[in-house]
Design a protein around this ligand. Sequence first.
Ligand code: BGC
Length: 461
Amino acid sequence: MDVQSGTPASKPRSPGFVELTAGIAALAGLLFGFDTGIISGAILFIKNEFHLAPLTEEFLVSAALIGAVCGCVLSGRVTDAIGRRSTILITAGVFSVGSIVSAIAPNVGLLVVGRLAVGLAIGVASYTAPLYIGEIAPPNLRGGLVTLNQLAITVGILLSYVVDALFAPNQSWRWMLASGVLPAIALELGVVFLPESPRWLLLHGFRERATKTLARIRATENNGAEIDEILEHAQTGSGKIAELLRPMTMRVIFLGAGLAVIQQVTGINTVIYYAPTIFQEAGFQSAQASITATAGVGLVNVIMTIVSIPLVDRVGRRPLLLSSLTGMLLSLVLLAIGFALGGPALKWIGVLSLVVYIASFAIGLGPVFWLLISEIFPLNIRGQAASIATTANWLSNFFVSLTFLSLLNGLGNVWTFLVYAVLSAGGLWYCFALVPETKGVPLERIERNLRAGRKLRELAN
Ligand code: BGC
């Protein structure tokens, strides 16, 4: 029964429907992972074919990131104007076109244009998919379903490494880039089955459609209360800029943006994008061998993300985050020692330290960052605050990727990895001092504590 209108609800909750819907939306996360990861193998051949200087190479790897920064700045407005579902549909189209343009590009210029377009889609996807999943998920499933998006990112990265390994023997970088079209088409077909977010529908006055959608994805009795709650927050949503600039909200935005920066400046994407390059530095001679070793790194990333899913709600966010950063710090120091020692041992120290590094990231800093930014912000500014944190994440990702090869050339490999180790130590201190334990805590309590002026570390007490 629709409590609001008194009319019978259209359909009972379809079992598994919300999970399926979240799974389809997470395909956008898969594309995010696939399209960011694919360049790591392709770049080895592209740089030979076009004789790229290090700066041009960095720029090409980073082109998708520039697109992503623009994409996630734009995405807040676009998803509000045309809806989450249409945004995801258009994103899938841009993914396909960008992949084709970069695959057939006759010169570096067009390759950069294609990668910029793919990046734009990645930026929009990275913001819209978790937002959509968060809006359709019932509160008791939200943690797991949001983390599903991170899992999809890691699966996408792994798939990209497998595709890289498959095409490496023929040096077919064009096929590597073209294969991004397949998951994009899967997303496009999948979106046809997605309902629009009931929250967006209500905000735009489509109450009947929102009621029908909620009836499919919820226990029907709760619809009235949920509709009231959404409409109430829609009203408090006015005057958002003023709300964003209040010292109370600025503090928590600072926390979220700080976590975004830490997730990137500790070097994760030097491994994700440049792992084959690092393996070559460590002594794996052929591009084929280093790409295969990289696929192993991708597999560890997926497995440890799966391990993290039940742990975030059992062990808690803080222990995972702190042990994650400790593991990353130690493995970076080990990698630096390996490079300092050199010799035949370097190969295996390289493999060991990268595996420990990626496992540590995947079990904590990877998923927990995305989870925390869906939890710590007050509801009426959650979208915009999350978009600020996502933009901070892409900007720092861009900065790290753009400077990595120059650091390697300028400082040498030992000092480069020590720089990331020092930044990990800083991140560890930041998280220890500021991150609250939000495990099992209702989001309303976090918001109440924030408004009451509690310290960031005590927001969830
Ligand atoms: C990060 C990405 C990274 C990926 C690796 C995500 O949480 O935001 O930058 O490439 O994890 O799994």
